[in-house]
Design a protein around this ligand. Structure first.
Ligand code: CMC
Length: 391
């Protein structure tokens, strides 16, 4: 019934050629355009890294100034788009709103968009990188029933996001450079991760030459799942559920029990079978942020959980290590970001990765529509019986 390689979850199938991100799961190595993630996180800003991912090279000082100017001048969203939020319940999950609102950008940028023109692709990338924080902040303001805050061009990428989330028309928000920097580094770490589920979704959706804003919306929908970007939210909820160090053993046992659906959230990765280099960097930032914002008992709990799990045969045998999302939620929480907004933060950061892959795919002369095959396991050919002959 079938003649094709069967590879559920695509564990051994290269779906494309890509020059953007390299990762070696055994060594725990991650490179963006050849540069180690550790160096980029230490020396560059998120917009510098965004330029690198999009264009293939790090910007010169002048190119960076120009890029920052372009991004800060595309942050506004049309007032008509703001009306979309009125259609959502006040307590709608921000990822549901983001999927809908980002997809609806296709309605604003469609007829005049020529995806075969490199300039059009570039402006699409710039618009998405710029507007994503504005849309995410608008989701948050809708949830807390506060007025939308317009973006400010004089602020940094993350400074502006903090302003749009936490300032009100009555009160300015004082941006703390430590919070701004911590968020910027988290965004670098989340910016790209080669052919993960959401990026593959963007590529597949875009491979039909669909509108790129709609393709990115598909990526946002995929990211939402707790096995992917939704894990950062799930980790915090899990730590709250565990509650106390004395309960850790009980929850480790649940995670190992094949009859229990409970998993250790923020643990395990399809590719990293040594450690996730992003998790190491994040753990370091966690300590810096908590030193400033006061300790969170969940940090102690998370560190004990990691320690106990990494000594357990089950986790050792399966090479399950903390991933990028194990500690990121604790940082976001310390910065005052509510749990529901953790995955939107990931979406903002990953936008440059998604759109860089979309540009790479659309520009590839060998591009084909994505069209996987299957192993058919259904009924053999048969004849439709009359209505009275069934049952
Ligand atoms: N807790 C308990 N057992 C686990 C876990 C976990 N977190 N992760 C994997 N396992 C077990 C799994 O049950 C399987 O056991 P067995 O061999 O006995 O059947 C074995 O380890 C291999 O796991 P898998 O499910 O086949 O691995 P996968 O590559 O299909 O899944 C994963 C990777 C990340 C979806 C999975 O590890 C997981 O669900 N982790 C928790 C969710 C999470 O933290 N996701 C964030 C991923 S990183 C952020 C991102 O980029 O999306």
């Amino acid at each position: 019934f079938g003649y094709f390689t069967y590879d559920p979850g695509f564990v051994s199938t290269s779906s494309c050629k890509s020059a953007i991100t390299y990762l070696d799961g055994d060594k725990g190595e991650l490179l963006y355009r050849g540069y180690p993630i550790e160096q980029l996180a230490e020396q560059c800003s998120h917009l510098e890294v965004s330029y690198l991912l999009l264009n293939g090279e790090l910007p010169t000082a002048q190119q960076l100034t120009d890029f920052e100017h372009i991004i800060s001048h595309h942050t506004l969203i049309k007032d008509a788009l703001l009306k979309f939020f009125d259609g959502f319940n006040y307590d709608a999950h921000p990822m549901a709103m983001m999927t809908g609102v980002v997809g609806s950008l296709a309605g604003f940028y469609h007829d005049n968009l020529n995806i075969l023109d490199p300039e059009h692709r570039k402006i699409t990338a710039h618009r998405l990188i710029a507007k994503m924080p504005t849309i995410a902040a608008a989701c948050y303001k809708h949830n807390i029933q506060q007025p939308f805050m317009y973006p400010r061009n004089d602020l940094s990428y993350c400074g502006n996001l903090l302003h749009m989330m936490f300032a009100t028309p009555c009160e300015e928000y004082e941006i703390d450079p430590i919070a701004e920097k911590a968020m910027d580094v988290l965004f670098i770490l989340h910016a790209d991760h080669e052919q993960n589920a959401s990026t593959s979704t963007v590529r597949l959706a875009g491979s039909s030459d669909a509108n790129p804003y709609a393709a990115i919306a598909a990526g946002i929908a995929c990211l939402w799942g707790p096995a992917h970007g939704g894990a950062n939210e799930a980790v915090l909820r899990m730590l709250d559920q565990i509650g106390d160090v004395s309960n850790i053993e009980k929850y480790i046992a649940k995670a190992k029990d094949k009859n229990d659906s409970f998993k250790l959230m923020g643990f395990g990765h399809r590719v990293y079978k040594n450690f996730d280099p992003r998790a190491k960097i994040i753990k370091g930032i966690c300590h810096q942020v908590l030193a400033k914002y006061g300790n969170d008992p969940r940090m102690e709990l998370a560190m004990r959980l990691e320690e106990i799990a990494l000594r357990d045969e089950y986790f050792v045998e399966r090479k399950l290590y903390p991933n990028v999302d194990f500690y990121s939620g604790i940082i976001y929480k310390a910065l005052g970001i509510p749990v529901e907004m953790f995955t939107p933060m990931f979406a903002i950061a990953r936008t440059v990765g998604w759109i860089s892959h979309w540009v790479e795919m659309i520009s590839d002369p060998a591009k084909k529509i994505g069209r996987p095959r299957q192993l058919y396991i259904g009924a053999a050919k048969r004849t439709v019986p009359g209505l009275g002959e069934r049952g």
